[in-house]
Design a protein around this ligand. Structure first.
Ligand code: SAH
Length: 347
């Protein structure tokens, strides 16, 4: 039988697995056993499921596949950062990154193959969006990084950021399902407070998340609080405008009481003046928020240049004077193109 025809067994939940066995004339608890193998023990093949009879394993093999991701290539940076090129069952590749600090290990995971947005400064935008990742493809990236964290840094994964390839809110249902697995006791049991979903700002979906009362944190890649400038660097801003984004964020805060993080790169000649800073300060006043100034990671053509210390200080000082928390984030893993916005399947 052709593998393509077989269904991915990991698309079935526990109940569906139980029903499958009942309907095949077997005991429902076999479904629980398979579920454990798939999600607790991370089995990659039906052969591994040693508490099932040979006949049962063969029956499963006939009808199903286990579509696991495979870490095709792992690169380790001198600062401990690890970048994985992850091969999906259909041969497409996404990237995920392990970022260690002295106290935590953060997984930066992808939500789509490529991206449909067109941020001018981001390497991933050069790849067209090929497809959404399935919940288990997102989950597997996290599991792989958890293993690497234990192996290379002697501790489990502590945090997850959806800042890899793709726009998570354009793959919302699968994002939620993957987070359910990550936080669920049958998966990794992680606290949702340790998960941050980063979006370029899709107002309709931010409202939806607020309505769904999600428990993870929200980060918005703002980069400019002036509509014309934001549109010039993030063209979809012409459709998802700042006033609309602002309204959705106010709604988000009202519903969730969860502070928003604005990610922001300061570029020379683009957003490095007092006017830009003042607009950001105003934007921050709509809902409790903090600003994360991120270092620019150059992608090939040099159209964007990281602004110098003076502009950064202008931002930090003005934000602080206005009582807004600001952090400056230095890039990690630049030597292996693993930093923000550098994920573009170069390998
Ligand atoms: N689509 C989502 C998540 C992926 S991008 C989003 O836009 O938030 C993750 C973060 O990296 C975003 O804040 C993005 O603006 C930033 N980024 C993209 N390219 C970058 C680059 N070349 N240097 C630094 N940060 C970059």
């Amino acid at each position: 039988m052709d593998t393509i025809q077989k269904k991915d067994i990991r698309a079935l939940n526990r109940e569906q697995l139980r029903s499958f066995f009942k309907e095949s004339g077997d005991e429902a608890y076999r479904g629980d056993q398979v579920f454990e193998w798939l999600w607790k023990k991370g089995a990659h093949s039906f052969e591994d499921m040693t508490n099932l009879s040979k006949k049962t394993r063969a029956m499963l093999m006939d009808q199903y596949v286990i579509n696991h991701i495979k870490v095709d290539k792992m690169q380790r940076s001198s600062d401990g950062t690890i970048k994985n090129a992850v091969r999906l069952h259909d041969g497409l590749i996404v990237e995920s990154v392990l970022i260690p600090t002295s106290t935590r290990t953060t997984a930066c995971v992808s939500s789509q193959v490529g991206c449909s947005l067109d941020c001018k400064f981001c390497a991933t935008s050069r790849l067209k969006r090929m497809r959404n990742l399935n919940p288990d493809e997102i989950y597997d990236q996290v599991v792989a990084i958890d293993r690497q964290s234990r192996l290379y840094h002697d501790r489990p994964l502590s945090n997850i950021v959806f800042m890899g390839m793709g726009e998570p809110l354009m793959n919302y249902n699968n994002l939620l399902k993957s987070i359910e697995k990550i936080t669920g006791s049958e998966g990794l049991g992680m606290s949702p407070k340790r998960i941050t979903v980063s979006t370029s700002g899709v107002p309709k979906m931010i409202r939806k998340m607020a309505d769904d009362e999600v428990k993870f944190k929200l980060a918005v890649s703002l980069h400019s609080a002036i509509d014309t400038i934001r549109t010039s660097i993030m063209p979809f801003n012409a459709t998802f405008t700042l006033p609309d984004l602002r309204e959705s964020l106010i709604y988000w805060y009202q519903k969730t009481k969860s502070r928003i993080t604005y990610e922001y790169v300061v570029w020379e000649g683009i957003n490095d003046t007092q006017k830009d800073v003042d607009a950001l300060v105003d934007f921050c006043k709509f809902a409790p928020s903090k600003v994360n100034l991120i270092e620019y990671n150059p992608i090939d053509d040099g159209a964007f240049q990281q602004a110098g210390e003076a502009a950064l200080n202008l931002y930090v000082n003005t934000l602080e004077k206005n009582g807004i928390t600001v952090t400056v984030r230095r890039s990690r893993g630049k030597d292996i193109d693993a930093a923000c916005g550098q994920l573009a399947n170069k390998s």
